[in-house]
Design a protein around this ligand. Structure first.
Ligand code: ZN
Ligand code: ZN
Length: 1009
């Protein structure tokens, strides 16, 4: 294994953190070393358990946007993390290839407007080739985004829903439904898209922002009571064309209805709506003459006005006693409109069931383009919604129109083409999922959803429990494997290609694929009458394709091993989509109340920086591929996970991306660089200089123990929050440890100890490196699921560089576990007190306008015994951080300032008195610190390594007084800035390269040689 291992080209960390460069290099490293493949193989062979996974297949009808990238980041996070914990996950890709979304995309590419034009101009055979071409084009884009984003998904083992092998397994699930009597043909009212010319499932209505504000007619009209002179029912509708298919009126039996006198006519309307309706119609003079119970209106006949235009309606009225009569129904809403509704069983679900219960015929004279057929008489060949205005005109002619306005309201449109949907009674194939609803709900209850809001949304959708219309009148899809006899109507189900060939009347020549038109050429012989059976001309709902994946994408053996899968995550819109169909099909397949997934995290969707939905029309869609050309994958990943909770909608803001997220990763980078440079200089050997070694050498100090203790807390809390999918809070914990605890607090406490090459303190320095190695390496591992590139880079260029025996990739490391023996809670508490007191001395300094690096003589702390004891236990550290020479403690509160020399600050029960008077010694040391800081900055600016020792530092143009103050501290300064000599000269010479430095109000010159 090591022989094949190739090291990266640049073994050191460059001065600047340049993530794009770094990621390119690491990607190359992974690809050359086949890291992803080796990792998967290693865990497949040796693991502590299997966590099943099935990819929620993206539809290959477009390129990935930032919302997809966010979801894929969460999937990859889980994969890398659980892999480090030792689990094997079949993290294999999958692609949704068929169905309406792909067909519409290809229609657009071919410049075809509708299905009829498609079949005439392009033909099924070529269309299917074009669909395959299109998905392959998009597939390339998706794989490239995965690659750039650093997603370790196995692309070689991807499943494709259009392959025969997949379709055959999908058919086997359907066979279970068929055998249980759950797959049946029926007339139902379905949502139908006139644009796509296919029906949709009820789950698709309301999917992905499909409700749009549209303008419709708002029509009040009246139907006359038969055998009356001037009594009318007043009715309201937004779909005038449904008057053509009207067969009944319905009222609420329990409600009171009023007879209202308007201009000598009597209008019947529910009592509680009289005033608002009259107001809306602008009728001021009216009178309620009588009220009756809704139930008393049952059976009343009304004059259907279009019998002359639609002879079929007259025929219905003659043949069926209930046609054009009033019925009572509880679903009639008396809080809107007039409380009298007209029923069109051919165009409404409730209307349909009301008619079916009474044996009233369903009148649905529509063709596939939603044009009226010959049965609609005068209206023949009109598109349904175009008939609206004709109906209004006819009502006006007959004196039945009361008011015709328009209304803007929210109405469901097709989620793909955004045509207004119409409801039509059609012959379709249904999965009778309504019959297994209880089982489905029970199964759904067993799943963990992490957040209540998404669970509630999912459960309330499932409770609708409607039959699932799975037939689509389209071309590019898995064919419905039902053949029907043209003679006797018998039906048969075919479960595989092999079975189809065996039963075919004529064997096909050569191979054929399980798609239209080839599969349609296969005819069977009817067992009952010997007639010819042809395939029912439907393809399956594409949601049925993806919903079959836990079974269809695996072999039987894999299915046993991996399903139910452990964890899935998809967008919140998938409550109506994939999460739903997975569940339904699995319950059908297993006949048990069990879910195919143990947990499901629904993600909030991605919006633009202003919180607007991303859409092509607004032009604010962030394409993942383009983004990742310019921006670092690590920073994008970190940003998307850190910014908000995964269930929240994320307002993706490019401005924010480069700020905090960059800073955090950059700090980790530079901290690691600081560590590797210093430790290499001192020949630190991680194999030898371990934590145990440092402990045995008695080299560990309170800050070290404190850091280690904090690290354990961070590991525990970070891991727990990953487990509950609180990714943003998890990263807050990790960020706090890396940036606050490690970089801002710990490193300053030990930096001075590292800033020397004194052989006498080498052991202590090595001990500090042991601590830093342990803490920083752990942080690097914890970051790996989030920022895999940076973690791998640091792993290679810091840890593996110092210890070549380490595994070949950070991904091969084990997930850190908190160690109880490194915990010290009282020390953590003491340090909290310490930092509080230090910060109080800072505020005292601020009041006195004294810089932190200027030493002061004394601090007095008046506080409880506990606080004082705690401070004196870490007094050395306290004095150093506060930059004070001496501390005194008082257990009693002190009143007032002893003199003007003192500055006081108070918080809770802690009083701090700081002596702010500085004598010559303190002034001199302070000046030395100021100068040292300038020199340090200059060293860095001029590109010296921290370990480089300078020949000399030259300082010119200091005034005499300053020179006098400074002189006693020159030795100390030489050590601090790592130089052999410091020269103070009165004026500059021309030999050296001088640099001007501003010191408070004075200017001085510094040169380095
Ligand atoms: Zn459509
Ligand atoms: Zn037959």
């Amino acid at each position: 294994m090591t022989a094949k291992f190739k090291t990266n080209s640049n073994p050191s960390l460059t001065t600047e953190y340049n993530p794009l460069e770094l990621e390119k290099e690491i990607r190359q490293f992974w690809e050359q070393n086949k890291t992803q493949q080796k990792l998967a193989k290693k865990l497949e062979e040796n693991n502590r358990g299997i966590l099943g996974y099935v990819e929620g297949p993206p539809t290959l009808n477009g390129i990935p946007h930032i919302g997809h990238a966010r979801g894929r980041t969460m999937k990859d996070l889980r994969y890398r993390w659980k892999t480090m914990q030792g689990y094997f996950i079949p993290f294999w890709a999958g692609w949704d290839c068929q169905g309406l979304p792909v067909e519409l995309e290809v229609e657009k590419l071919l410049g075809v407007k509708n299905k009829r034009e498609l079949l005439e101009r392009v033909g099924e055979e070529r269309f299917i080739q074009e669909c395959k071409k299109a998905i392959m084009k998009y597939h390339k884009e998706w794989v490239e985004v995965d690659r750039k984003l650093g997603v370790f998904m196995n692309q070689d083992k991807a499943y494709w829903t259009y392959l025969d092998s997949y379709i055959e397994r999908e058919w086997q699930i359907l066979k279970h439904a068929w055998d249980q009597g759950l797959l049946e043909e029926g007339h139902y009212v379905v949502a139908y898209c006139p644009g796509c010319q296919t029906s949709l499932s009820s789950a698709e209505v309301g999917y992905e922002d499909s409700y749009k504000e549209v303008e419709d007619p708002s029509l009040y009209f009246k139907f006359k009571l038969a055998d009356s002179q001037n009594e009318f029912f007043l009715i309201w509708t937004t779909m005038p064309f449904t008057l053509i298919t009207d067969t009944m009126l319905a009222v609420q039996p329990e409600a009171e209805y009023a007879k209202v006198n308007v201009n000598g006519e009597t209008w019947i309307i529910v009592r509680q709506r009289v005033e608002p309706v009259m107001q809306e119609l602008g009728i001021e003079k009216y009178e309620v003459t009588e009220t009756v119970l809704g139930s008393s209106l049952e059976g009343k006949k009304y004059d259907y006005p279009f019998k002359d235009l639609i002879p079929k309606q007259a025929e219905f009225e003659q043949k069926h006693p209930l046609v054009h009569k009033v019925i009572c129904e509880d679903f009639v809403d008396v809080n809107t409109a007039t409380g009298v509704v007209h029923l069109s069983p051919g165009n409404g679900e409730e209307d349909f069931f009301a008619a079916q219960r009474r044996g009233v015929p369903i009148f649905a004279p529509f063709d596939d383009e939603v044009r009226f057929k010959a049965d609609a008489g005068t209206f023949k060949d009109m598109f349904a919604r175009d008939a609206d205005k004709v109906v209004i005109e006819e009502l006006r002619k007959k004196g039945l129109l009361v008011s015709a306005k328009t209304v803007r309201h929210v109405y469901p449109t097709c989620w793909r083409s955004h045509h207004k949907l119409v409801w039509l009674a059609r012959k379709e194939y249904f999965l009778r999922t309504d019959k297994i609803s209880a089982k489905v709900l029970e199964a759904a209850e067993k799943v963990s959803y992490f957040y209540d809001s998404s669970k509630n949304r999912f459960m309330s959708f499932l409770r609708e429990g409607k039959p699932w219309c799975i037939s689509r009148e389209r071309v590019w899809g898995a064919p419905l494997p039902v053949w029907a006899c043209g003679k006797c109507g018998a039906k048969t189900f075919v479960a595989s290609k092999k079975e189809l060939i065996e039963r075919a009347r004529e064997k096909p020549e050569g191979d054929f694929e399980l798609h239209k038109p080839w599969v349609d050429r296969m005819t069977l012989k009817c067992n009952k009458c010997g007639g010819v059976m042809r395939r029912e001309d439907f393809v399956l709902d594409t949601w049925h394709n993806s919903g079959a994946s836990p079974y269809a994408r695996f072999t039987d053996e894999e299915f046993e091993k991996f399903v139910p899968v452990d964890f899935l995550t998809e967008g919140i819109d998938q409550t109506r989509g994939w999460a739903n169909t997975l569940l339904l099909e699995y319950v059908i397949l297993t006949e048990k109340a069990d879910p195919p997934y143990k947990s499901f995290l629904f993600q909030g969707l991605a919006q633009d920086a202003k919180g607007r939905k991303m859409s092509k029309s607004l032009g604010n869609v962030v394409e993942a591929g383009k983004l990742l050309e310019k921006y670092s994958a690590d920073i994008c990943r970190f940003y998307m996970l850190r910014k908000c909770s995964p269930v929240d909608f994320i307002n993706f803001d490019l401005q924010e991306l480069s700020r905090r997220s960059y800073q955090v990763l950059s700090t980790l980078y530079h901290l690691s660089r600081f560590f590797v440079q210093n430790s290499e200089y001192d020949n630190f050997n991680p194999a030898k200089h371990t934590l145990v070694w440092a402990e045995n050498e008695h080299q560990l100090k309170p800050p070290d123990h404190w850091l280690l203790s904090n690290l354990q807390t961070a590991i525990e809390s970070y891991t727990a929050k990953l487990e509950t999918c609180e990714f943003n809070s998890a990263l807050a914990v990790l960020e706090d440890f890396a940036i606050e605890t490690l970089s801002r607090l710990y490193v300053p406490m030990v930096r001075k100890e590292l800033w020397t090459d004194d052989p006498e303190t080498l052991t202590r320095r090595l001990a500090v490196y042991a601590i830093l190695w342990h803490a920083l390496k752990t942080v690097t591992l914890l970051f790996n699921p989030v920022t895999p590139y940076l973690s791998e880079a640091l792993y290679q260029k810091v840890y593996k560089k110092l210890d070549p025996k380490l595994p070949e990739s950070v991904n091969f490391e084990s997930w850190p576990l908190p160690e109880e023996k490194l915990r010290n809670r009282s020390l953590e508490e003491n340090f909290q007190t310490l930092f509080k007191c230090v910060s109080l001395t800072y505020s005292a300094r601020q009041k006195a306008k004294l810089k932190r690096r200027w030493p002061l003589s004394k601090v007095v702390v008046a506080a409880s015994e506990k606080v004082c004891a705690c401070l004196s236990s870490v007094e050395e550290l306290f004095l150093e951080l506060a930059n004070v020479k001496n501390a005194e403690y008082a257990h009693e509160p002190l009143t007032g300032l002893p003199s003007e020399e003192w500055m006081q600050t108070v918080e809770d029960d802690i009083q701090i008195f700081l002596n702010v008077q500085r004598d010559e010694k303190l002034l001199g040391e302070g000046l030395m610190r100021d100068l040292a800081r300038r020199v340090q900055a200059l060293r860095k600016e001029l590109g010296y390594m921290p370990s480089d020792v300078l020949d000399a530092v030259h300082i010119a143009e200091l005034d005499e007084e300053s020179v006098g103050l400074l002189e006693p501290y020159l030795k100390q300064m030489e050590e601090l800035v790592r130089t052999r000599k410091i020269r103070l000269i009165s004026s500059k010479d021309d030999v050296l390269q001088w640099h001007e430095c501003q010191m408070d109000d004075k200017k001085i010159l510094v040169a380095i040689s």
